[in-house]
Design a protein. Structure first.
Length: 279
């Protein structure tokens, strides 16, 4: 059983709680929506699921209903007692911690196969997803609900308006797609923006071979290129990329950052390494 709109409202009132703007809290108050998220996440008995920002536990209950083993990480201490009561019968593991600073290796261990499912606040969505892709390899896939504009950036490819450095980051580590929209009406309080669901599946290996191009070198080049995205690459990457590197990579120096997909960035990074003797 998940929480209805009435139950969410009653829990807030009974415990003297108000959603925190600082924490970007918008609680899902629609059983159909949370069950749809659990279904799209394709989780079931025996799956190890980690949820960030469970709030009052509506999505948490839907995930537990599938038979998955759920670990829920909540930063707001005010909500912990409510969460304990709501999820007690579901045998959920609750952890009071900030997802941006928690020791993920200590929380999840070293065995791969974890699935992240979460309704992420706007202010942490992009850095959290990027950080987990970079540093938490035991998370094999994610299903995240984020503001629509954030979703568009996470899944964008060359030629799409949201394409940027984070799009390249996601494409380097994973395959991603937008799998659904979520109206503002299912939240308490109701946000002024539409939300979307993004599915992210980690690749067996990065899109650019780290044995050829170390990840730190690759991402440093991408960041430099997108830092002044209106400029031609020969200008934004001056001092990092030589004219011969562009030629070796088959990339026009007059190109701009948003014209290069992850493989093109990889070729350019590889050319700079080859020129410097592999250093």
């Amino acid at each position: 059983m998940t929480l209805s709109r009435r139950q969410v409202s009653e829990l807030l009132a009974a415990n003297g709680l108000h959603p925190s703007r600082a924490l970007g809290q918008n609680f899902v108050a629609d059983p159909n929506t949370v069950r749809r998220i659990a279904r799209l996440a394709a989780v079931g008995p025996g799956d190890r699921v980690v949820e960030v920002g469970p709030g009052l536990g509506s999505l948490t209950l839907a995930l537990a209903e599938t038979g998955a083993c759920v670990t829920a990480v909540e930063a707001d201490r005010r909500l912990m007692a409510v969460l304990e009561g709501v999820t007690e019968a579901a045998h959920v593991r609750l952890v009071h911690a900030d997802a941006m600073t928690i020791d993920w290796s200590n929380l999840l261990g070293s065995r791969p196969g974890w699935i992240l499912v979460a309704n992420l606040p706007y202010n942490i969505a992009t850095p959290l997803v990027a950080g987990l892709l970079d540093g938490v390899a035991v998370i094999d896939r994610m299903l995240v609900m984020v503001q629509k504009e954030v979703a568009e950036r996470l899944v964008a490819s060359v030629g799409q308006p949201g394409y940027g450095a984070v799009s390249v980051k996601v494409a380097y580590w994973a395959e991603s797609s937008m799998v659904g929209r979520v109206p503002a009406s299912v939240f308490i309080p109701q946000p002024r923006v539409e939300s979307a669901l993004v599915s992210i599946h980690r690749r067996p290996a990065p899109a650019v071979d780290p044995a050829v191009v170390p990840a730190d070198h690759f991402f440093a080049l991408v960041r430099a290129g997108f830092s002044t995205r209106r400029k031609m690459l020969r200008r934004s990457l001056a001092g990092l990329v030589e004219p011969a590197d562009f030629q070796a990579a088959g990339i026009r120096p007059e190109s701009r950052a948003e014209e290069l997909d992850v493989c093109a960035w990889g070729r350019l990074a590889a050319a700079t390494i080859a020129r410097s003797g592999g250093r």
